[in-house]
Design a protein around this ligand. Structure first.
Ligand SMILES: C[S@@+](CC[C@H](N)C(=O)[O-])C[C@H]1O[C@@H](n2cnc3c(N)ncnc32)[C@H](O)[C@@H]1O
Length: 277
């Protein structure tokens, strides 16, 4: 299938789907808090764009209830197959394959569109936000959760951490991607034509034994070939950086401040408030 945006940097292999499932569990509380702040109508029609293997599909399914409809949308068939297994018991969830810049849905189809960690993976986030705003009815909401690496560091501070983070930043930037997109969300939503834009941000702290504290090493491993090919580090330099980060992470005294999740939401101009069934 032809796609308008480049391949997802971290791939759609089993490892990545497993990581996304664990990440969704980790982010569930903050996703619930966000959905509490937007009015989702019982019986409503909502979409999770770039849902991956689960996204917030079960949470949306619960909010719209048995007479509502949730669409899980992604451009990778393997992601959607996984999501279909994850949501097997949920009768109100369906799936659609396609590119988020051109979903093929009629204008105003949905009461709400949710997007999480998709915009960080595309060079033209505005195109996706405009499409999301197009397929949501006037008065409906576009709800976004994206990352910002601003807060991503360890304590005690570690020069190798900062260096590895900067190398990874270069990998994302070389593909036109912005892992600091979170802080730009309010501006991006307004540029996409949304109104009544609100925003909030959270950053967890991952102490001893927390699986997420090694995320920087997972990324370094997944991006190893790109780092070496782009000449961002030699194999020896990269191995040395990884070892220098790995050792302190094994120390229970080291604390990792997670990259922020920035949540932003806005309304499609037109009738205010969301309809209830
Ligand atoms: C980091 S994952 C996030 C998955 C899910 N939203 C979550 O938060 O758990 C990004 C997802 O966006 C999908 N994706 C990337 N580019 C896309 C595009 N242009 N159109 C639709 N989906 C896309 C990927 O296949 C992947 O499933």
């Amino acid at each position: 299938m032809a796609t308008a945006t480049p391949e997802y940097l971290l791939g759609d292999a089993v490892d990545e789907r497993t990581r996304l499932m664990a990440q969704a569990a980790l982010l569930e509380d903050e996703a619930r808090a966000l959905l509490d702040r937007v009015d989702i109508p019982l019986g409503g029609d909502v979409i999770d764009i770039g849902c991956g293997p689960i996204g917030v599909l079960p949470l949306l399914s619960d909010r719209v209830g048995p007479h509502g409809q949730v669409t899980g949308f992604d451009r990778h068939g393997d992601m959607l197959d996984h999501a279909a297994r994850t949501c097997a018991g949920l009768g109100n969830v369906r799936f659609a394959l396609g590119d988020a810049t051109d979903t093929g849905f009629t204008a105003g189809t949905f009461d709400l569109a949710h997007i999480r960690l998709l915009l960080v993976n595309v060079p033209d986030p505005i195109a996706i936000l405009r499409e999301a705003a197009r397929i949501v009815r006037p008065g409906g909401a576009v709800v976004v959760q994206e990352v910002d690496w601003l807060s991503w560091q360890c304590e005690p501070g570690l020069p190798a951490w900062a260096e590895l983070r900067d190398v990874l930043l270069e990998v994302w930037h070389s593909r036109g991607l912005d892992p600091e997109i979170g802080r730009r969300l309010p501006m991006l939503l307004r540029t996409a034509g949304l109104c009544e834009v609100e925003t909030t941000a959270r950053a967890g702290i991952d102490g001893a034994g927390h699986p997420y504290r090694r995320l920087i090493l997972t990324f370094a491993d997944r991006c190893r070939d790109r780092i070496l090919t782009a000449g961002l580090a030699t194999a020896d330099e990269l191995d040395a950086l990884v070892a220098a980060v790995d050792r302190p992470l094994a120390d229970p005294g080291t604390v990792v401040v997670r990259a922020m999740t920035v949540q932003a939401w806005g309304r499609v101009a037109g009738r205010t408030g969301m309809a209830h069934a």
